[in-house]
Each structure stands twice: as structure tokens, then as C-alpha cells.
Design a protein around this ligand. Sequence first.
Ligand code: MRU
Length: 329
Amino acid sequence: MDIPFEVIALNEARPAVRALDQRRLPDQEVVLELVTSEEVARAIEDLVVRGAPLVGITAAYGVALAALRREPVEAVLARMRKTRPTAVNLFWALDRMERAYREGRDLVAEARAVHEDERERTLAIARNGADLFSCPVRILTICNTGILATGGVGTALGVVYELHARGLLERVIALETRPVLQGARLTVYELSRMGVPYTLIVDSQAAALMARGEVDAVIVGADRIAANGDTANKIGTLMLAVLARYFDVPFYVAAPLSTFDRNLPDGSRIPIERRSPEEVRSVRTCRITLGNAPVLNEAFDVTPAKLIRGWITERGVLEEVSHGTLGVY
Ligand code: MRU
């Protein structure tokens, strides 16, 4: 599968991390040159780059950049760990970079290996997910889980692209994903560029479509999956899982094994990021801001494992997740 645009890259010759600025999409395609590790850390915090695997890849490149610039690597590792709390891929990638640093290995090579590793995992996830379906389907999804989120073809959207390539996709139903609109801005941008048919809906329309039998499956990504399968993903995912159970629509999570956190027994201990109230107060479509309206802006929620039909991974589709099943990997 061809990836038609670059979302992240490390320039060794003139040390910098090049990042497509996702805050400006779809209106403007701007590539930022981040020349210090602090600029990379801020780019992660400000959602210049986002999506669990891409956050990890970007942080790894940030550490490699620090090594090229002779910045203190241990301090940079600690700074990167503070950028976003929920996606465990960040910590998985930084643990790899820390190991390489302690073993005196080349940090540029290790960061590129992290990127390549995540990219390959998405290709396998796409194939394994597409194998679940044998006739054209309408897939409902939330947030952005594609090229822009992974540095590869994507997780849930990777499955969508593979279904499309196999002639097995009727259309994608994309939730706009308030408040940052990763669905309306980023998923729609990607699907348009990939030539995949889609319908954009407001988040609250999901129930009506499921009630009318217009959704064949829900596939979402994940930011952290606990040892019992409880899954943190973009706020609104839990709502979709409850609806899918009620309307008997299969609900799948697509994620690489780098998103599984065996150290947490269940989802109750997954740290949920709280972001700025301003994201909610500025209602983009109305071009208004809501002054000081009290706001709770949790970026993620946790879907209990019992609502999930299967976890689509690079090693196959798991029908249950426990310490035992994960131990196999
Ligand atoms: O806040 P974001 O945009 O980083 O949230 C991203 C998501 O919730 C994605 O669904 C998740 O990271 C999986 S991306 C393959």
C-alpha cells in the first residue's frame, strides 16, 4: 500500500525533526522543522503530531535529535515522558531509546528502527483485520487512526484501506470527534487523499445509524490496552461500544502490541489525559468562544473488555486478552 505523504522524518544532515503540522489540516499542508528536542516535546503536547504510535515515533526521533545536537539525553528522555500520559506507545518507544542509550548504541538507528517497526505492524494489522470480512461492509470509526496517527498505513483505518483494496469496503462512517475534530479534519483529509468513500457524521448520530442497521462493524484504535483487555481510546469510544452491544454490531479494537500495557491489570488505572478547557470552549463551527464556561475535557475513555469482540493485532485477532494470551507474544 502506498503512503502518499510524509508525516514525520528525521533529517540527520541538518539536524531536525520534520513534522506535518496536523493542527492546520486540512486547510494547509505545513511541514515544521523542529530543531531542538524541546520543540519536539511541545509539538507532541500541542497535537502537531498525535495518535498513539506516531507520538512514540516522534518522541524517539526527538531523543535521536538530542543525541545529534549533544543535548543531555537522560534529561530529554524524562521530558519526553511528560508530554502525554495515556498512549503507552510513547513509553514503549522511550524505553527502547533508553535501553539503546545505556547500551551505547546508535540512537538515530534505534529511532528509525522504532518507526520501521510500527510501520510494519500496521501493515499486518490491516491484513488481519480485513480477513474478518468477506462481503462489502460499512465501517464506523472515531478519531484518526490512519497514516497521520501511525507513521504507517494505520490501525483501524489501515483495515479500512486494505478492505478498500480488496473491494470489500462499501464506505467508512467517520465521527467528527469533538472537540479537536480529528475525524472531521484528519480522517476526512486522509480518506479523500486515499480515494476511499466515506460519510462524515456528528458524534451523536452514531446511535441513529446503528438503530437503522446502517453499520456493519465498528473498528477503533487504542491508546493503551490493560492486561485484561480494557481499552483506552479517544473520548466517545465507550459510547460507541455500548451502542454496538445494544444494537448487536461487532465492535473491534485495532492496535499493535506496543499499545498493550501488561503492567496494568485493568483499565481503572489507565491515566486519562485532561486537556485545556479552551479546546471545548472554542466551538469551531460557530466561530464562537464560550468565555469562562466550566469545562471537563478528558481526551480519552476506557471501554471494558467485555464490550469488545476482538483485538486486531499484527499477530492475529485476539478474542480475549488476559495475562495468559499476551504472554504468548
Ligand atoms: O488525542 P489523539 O488525537 O492523539 O488521540 C488519538 C486516538 O485516540 C487514536 O484513536 C489512538 O491513538 C489510536 S491511533 C492508531
